[in-house]
Design a protein around this ligand. Structure first.
Ligand code: HXC
Ligand code: NAP
Length: 267
């Protein structure tokens, strides 16, 4: 029945999600729990991650929240070990911790650039490298969260573009190395997602938000559920033959500027 859509496709599975105290990654954790997984989530803030875990346990699902900075390999390893000791072998790992600020390269120090690369790219290496020994293999699914900036050069985003481009290539290299061990490695590239810190930073005014939407083929922001649905699919047996891909879930962001009225009267 690998190709049928099941009621609770993640029943019996264990998921570890990094950067899940808020936003898209918390949305993924909640979606995974509602679809049967037991979830372990981490972020830097003890308070934020405890509150996030509570949103899941309050719905009657199993979850633990742990504070760990993805820049600290030992802390990441410790959190993974705790997840493994609590729930058993880990089936699904999502690496989504990230930092962003809007600044030109000349307006950021070496430490500012390094901070984003450390969180996004080195942090993703830490999560994926450390998780391997705790995985339920064959069959494990690893997902990095990247961004359109990985392939679209963007003003004031040199640090994010560089870090996310590295994540895309890391994803493909690990897919190649770990496929023979029964581990699939993919990435999701969300477009602009509503009600997130990411878009609050990138398009902070209603005018900027309207401008982003006007240039998108689908003319609207995505939702956290849009991204979580793709993460869910990639973590089920239905995606058994998918590895090393960077999947856009972006309303057409990757197509480029779609401003205009090509449909005319055919709308
Ligand atoms: C220039 C800045 C800056 C800014 C920080 N820095 N903000 N430089 N312009 N606006 C510099 C600081 O001066 C410092 O350099 C260095 O960055 C580290 O800053 P800290 O505050 O000490 O770092 P830290 O506490 O580790 O916080 C990391 C952070 C912060 C990235 C700076 O914003 C954060 O915690 N972000 C997490 C939440 C977040 O960003 N969510 C959005 C993810 S969305 P100096 O030289 O002074 O020491 C995303 C985008 C995807 O990833 C794309 C969407 C489409
Ligand atoms: P968010 O809510 O700020 O999520 C970022 C998460 O990472 C938070 O839980 C934060 O929690 C955690 N985090 C930050 N630094 C960390 C560190 N050093 N160690 C551990 N955890 C850390 O942002 P979001 O907008 O939902 O973005 C989530 C992911 O989607 C990111 O990878 C982002 O690049 C990607 N993305 C977002 C959009 C969008 O439209 N929002 C578009 C494309 C891609 P703490 O503060 O508690 O550590």
């Amino acid at each position: 029945m690998a190709n049928a859509f099941k009621d609770k496709p993640l029943e019996g599975k264990v998921a570890f999600i990094a950067g899940a105290s808020s936003g898209i990654n918390l949305g993924i954790a909640q979606h995974f729990a509602r679809n049967g997984a037991r979830v372990a989530i981490v972020s830097r803030s003890e308070e934020k991650i405890a509150a996030a875990a509570k949103t899941i346990t309050d719905e009657g699902y199993e979850a633990i929240g742990m504070a760990a900075d993805v820049r600290d390999f030992a802390a990441v390893d410790e959190a993974l070990k705790t997840a493994h000791d609590t729930f058993g072998k880990i089936d699904i790992v999502v690496s989504g911790a990230a930092g962003n600020f809007v600044a030109p390269a000349l307006g950021m120090s070496a430490n500012g650039f390094r901070t984003v690369v450390d969180i996004d790219l080195i942090g993703t290496f830490h999560v994926l490298r450390a998780c391997f020994q705790y995985l339920n293999r064959p069959g494990a699914s690893l997902i990095s969260i990247t961004a359109p900036q990985a392939v679209n050069p963007s003003l004031y985003q040199a640090h994010v573009c560089a870090a996310k481009a590295g994540i895309n290539m890391l994803t493909k290299c690990l897919a190649m190395e770990w496929g023979p061990g029964g581990v699939r490695v993919n990435a999701i590239s969300p477009g602009p997602v509503a009600d997130t810190e990411g878009m609050a930073r990138l398009a902070p005014t209603p005018e900027m938000e309207a401008g982003v939407k006007a240039r998108l083929a689908l003319r609207d922001y995505g939702t956290k559920t849009d991204i979580a649905d793709l993460a869910l699919f990639l973590s089920t047996d239905n995606a058994n033959y998918i590895t090393g891909t960077i999947m856009d879930c972006d309303g057409g962001t990757g197509l480029g500027n779609a401003e205009g009225d090509a449909l005319g009267d055919f709308k």
